[in-house]
Design a protein around this ligand. Structure first.
Ligand code: GRF
Length: 230
């Protein structure tokens, strides 16, 4: 398979994805697997990380995808790191950048040119529980439902317009780990579905409004049992 997992027979230029990940990379793997199975109309052209030993980079290498690791310690400021990172990402001409477990707060100026072309997956039903420890916080609040959100990235941490969510029921005996474990499979399906819908041109960001087939989205789409968004 070619390095970008490209389909050499496709006639229109493929939608190009860059994925940024700091760790495990199971969401990246879901995108790779979906692409291979024909369920994602996009080529993953780059996987970049702030951690040279991130398992996500290994997954990318195994799939023949170009990788990039930059160490924040080599840069004087967060802004300098982000500028360098996004300059390198831009060389790969992505149509969409996917933050999939990228554990850094982004500098607003470096981010600005990418607003509308960058999404993040966050493990809570936003606007609840921005930031860390979302599973524990959902349990502590006694929530009956927990979930994950895909949102456009803006300078506000986990605060950009939400595209779609996946929900799961919280069980009485759940711990943060069991909740996270049960949610993860839903996250994978949610991310693949969102990236596919964006790549197909059904979803876009206009100012701070998510458009779905050209119409403002009043509430986030929801992942259905069949893996579709509605
Ligand atoms: C996911 O739970 C995602 O929602 C959050 O970080 C985790 C990344 O997991 N942003 P993985 O590295 O994709 O396995």
């Amino acid at each position: 398979m070619p390095s970008s997992l490209a389909n050499p027979e496709s006639r229109t230029p493929a939608f190009r994805l860059a994925v940024l990940a700091s760790g495990r990379g199971s969401n990246l793997q879901a995108l790779i697997d979906a692409r291979r199975a024909g369920g994602l109309p996009a080529d993953i052209v780059l996987v970049a990380s702030d951690k040279a030993f991130a398992p996500a980079l290994q997954r990318a290498e195994e799939a023949g995808i170009a990788t990039l690791a930059l160490d924040p310690k080599d840069y004087a400021t967060r802004a300098a790191f982000d500028e360098a990172l996004f300059a390198r990402v831009a060389e790969h001409r992505p149509d969409l950048v996917v933050l999939a477990g990228f554990m850094r707060i982004l500098d607003a100026a470096a981010l600005a040119p990418w607003v509308g072309r960058m999404i993040n997956i966050h493990p809570s039903l936003l606007p609840k529980y921005r930031g860390l420890h979302t599973h524990r916080r959902a349990l502590e609040a006694g929530d009956a439902l927990h979930g994950s959100s895909v949102h456009y990235v803006t300078a506000e941490l986990d605060g950009g317009p939400v595209v779609a969510q996946a929900e799961i029921p919280v069980r009485p005996d759940d711990t943060p780990d069991t909740l996270a474990g049960r949610l993860l499979g839903e996250e994978h399906r949610l991310l693949v579905a969102c990236v596919a819908r964006i790549a197909e041109g059904h979803i876009a960001l206009a100012e701070s409004t998510v458009l779905h087939d050209g119409r403002p989205l009043a509430v986030p789409l929801r992942l259905q049992g069949d893996g579709q968004l509605a």
